[in-house]
Write a new protein. Structure first.
Length: 288
């Protein structure tokens, strides 16, 4: 044990050198300075034999940093390294369950909030199912991708129902399957599923993501209500309001309406549509 601990600093130093060299060779596709990247997870597992879990922790940290850094960028977002980093983490430690659920969620999120690759997200979850066939949570994740991102309600229900048969699965997996068959466009169904995703979350990132989507659904409800106010004003005044101030002056609103993130909604004077402002943190609203 003492010998292995003494070798560890040398191992990590060698790993850092290998990763930096590969970064340089990747050109435009190389990682940012904060990312340490090796192409082959299987090769890295051989190099780090005996320290696979430590290396997996390192790559998990880099994965989270990479995704968060790209998501915060105003322009030139690029998630190309997200899938490779996740696969390397899983290769190193197949028992790292959060890597499957986190990875699938953010591979599936629509661009620019995520990679916009729901089929890749399903591939990650399928790896989790293969390595952990008795873990019901993966069925919740996979069914949700089918429901929310691929709009395949029947497939989602099928996956939820299969998950309900896993020993220890919560009773509501069966009822979720039934609710899902009600339609992928049902906002209340979506709200109930996102609440379940929040309740079953195993990380702050998953909880934050669920909260964002619940707020998106709230925003859709508020936008519908604002459109009704605009229609009511037009019926009475014979013209569309050109700004929120017009509606405030006419007594239809008390103040400029804000979305659930606290950013003011915008009223498009040409299309008369209510939209999220550029300052909103809610991202892209789902199709209603």
């Amino acid at each position: 044990m003492k010998l292995r601990l003494a070798v560890l600093p040398l191992l990590l130093a060698a790993l850092y050198g290998i990763q930096n060299r590969i970064d340089e060779e990747l050109g435009d596709y190389r990682a940012t300075e904060e990312i340490l990247y090796v192409e082959s997870g299987a090769l890295l597992k051989k190099v780090t034999v005996g320290f696979e879990n430590l290396a997996a922790d390192l790559y998990w940290l880099r994965t989270v940093q990479y995704f968060g850094g790209q998501r915060r960028m105003v322009t030139a977002k690029n998630y190309d390294l997200l899938e490779p980093l996740l696969n390397i983490t899983i290769d190193l430690d197949p028992n790292f369950k959060i890597a499957y659920t986190y990875g699938a969620t953010f591979l599936s999120e629509p661009f620019p909030m995520g990679a916009g690759l729901p089929l890749k997200g399903i591939e990650i979850i399928d790896r989790g199912m293969e390595n952990h066939p008795d873990y019901w949570r993966f069925y919740l994740d996979k069914g949700f991708i089918y429901f929310w991102h691929l709009k395949d309600c029947h497939k989602a229900a099928e996956v939820f129902l299969a998950g309900s048969e896993i020993p220890g699965a919560p009773y509501w997996m069966v009822t979720t399957a039934g609710r899902t068959l009600g339609g992928c466009g049902e906002r209340e169904t979506a709200r109930g599923l996102w609440q379940m995703m929040y309740d079953a979350a195993s990380s702050d990132q998953q909880r934050d993501n669920a909260i964002t989507h619940l707020r998106q659904l709230d925003a859709l409800d508020e936008i519908d209500a604002l459109h009704e106010i605009i229609a009511s004003y037009r019926e009475r005044a014979g013209a569309y309001p050109t700004s929120w101030q017009v509606l405030i002056a006419a007594g239809y609103l008390k103040e400029v309406p804000v979305d659930p993130s606290g950013a003011p909604y915008t009223l498009d004077g040409a299309t008369h549509e209510v939209k999220l402002s550029a300052g909103s943190t809610l991202g892209i609203l789902p199709t209603r």
